[in-house]
Design a protein around this ligand. Sequence first.
Ligand code: ADP
Length: 493
Amino acid sequence: MPSELSPVLPDEIFKIIFEKSPGSLLVKADAPHFTIMAANEAYLNITNATREIIIGKGFFQVFPDDDDDPSDESGARKTFTKVVQTGLKIDIPTYRYDTRDPETGDYKIRYWSCSNVPFNGPDGKVAYILNTIAEITGEVNAKEAAIESENRLRLAAEATGFATFDWDFKDEVRLCSPQLAELFGHPADSRLSSVDVFQKQVLPEDQQVIADAYQEAKKSGIYAYDVRVVWPDNSIHWLSIKGKLVIDERQKPIRMLGTVIDVTEIKRDEIRKNDFIAMASHELKTPLTSIKSYIQILSKKLASDNDAFINNVLSKANNQVNKMTDLIHGFLDLSKLESGKLQLKPELFDINKLIEDCISELLQSTYSHIVIFNNPGNLNVTGDREKLGQVIGNFLSNAVKYSAKETKIIVKCTINDGYVVVSVTDEGVGIKLKDQKKVFYRFYRVDNEKIKNVSGFGIGLYLSTEIIQCHKGKVWVESTEGVGSTFYFSIPA
Ligand code: ADP
């Protein structure tokens, strides 16, 4: 039979526990004195006191309660009094009590957490209070530093016009800075900080953009999109949202946080610029077409004269006009793309024949390079023949532009994993790794001494990428600086 445990803790064990606990003090419940009966070593160390000085003295004689705020309930006197009155344990999770450095005499800011446990005497009334304290200065400072840095970040975001939001899916906590309401046309102090309310203001035709960005974010963790929102006064504003989607180990999205900024002015500028490019290109196209026809008429008229010089000059003029026409078509395509008007005309055609046609067209004006294409035979694909021809033409003309005369350009067309892969390899200047992604950006041109005199606007590869993406394919490059590059595109076979 196990011996029955005594409900009363033996004095010896109590003493050990008392001595080993973080910082313990036993006071008598003889309000208003609260005479100190015992203090452990840790308590003496914390308070820089000695037993001789404090034992037998009233608690407030030794540790004056400097709390003169009547509303503050955490002061020691109020706490002790309440413990005696209620007979219940009272915890004070955080309070400040500064201690004096015995060497320098300076006071040091310190934070504590304490618990006050009542012990009843034989009459059933509270006879003693065990006051246990633990220092939490480190934790409090860390928390304050975190709050301060968060505030600083928020202020910086506000100063630059950004609104911030943080949406915890698990706990359904949705935090937004007041600027978010303003970006949706509401007063900053309006309590509208719900993501759903804002989402309803997004134009119906832009709702899909949000859904697509979310799907993308589920893969990459990053989401970024621009949408139009309707303000309560019916004006339309562009907002740019950028953020992070936090995904847990089971691939479940758990939190979304980021920034929102009004980009209406930037968008308007962009629209104005696109309109200008479209208008200028359109205006240039007409006289250029006339010049081209005049050159053709002249060529025909003078062909019989057999004047080599004139024929040569006319052929060069024709080439230059062709180059200009290509550039202008590029700009027209760019503006069509930006305004969402670039449309595909899909048809079934032999892509290898298209490659041959593109090479023949190139060779009409380029005699400087050796272009190799071993046509593997008929390969039918569905796509916009003219647009895909534009992509192949862009790869070919780049291969010529960015490599030395007499070097080889190898064109291949293969089938890989259900995709038709077309590649154009040159032995040219190559592209540094850091530029390999950027060459596909709009207006990006590599800053390289060797090609600084090569003309171009940096839109060919951007357009090619967009055209291939419309075909559900992708574009990429493999390159070694000084050795050469291979540009690829793939489309579903
Ligand atoms: P453009 O040639 O008119 O500048 P592109 O969009 O076709 O515009 O190309 C973007 C940039 O990529 C070029 O300016 C060039 O720096 C680089 N580039 C493209 N093709 C090649 C290539 N085959 N070899 C080396 N660099 C290339």
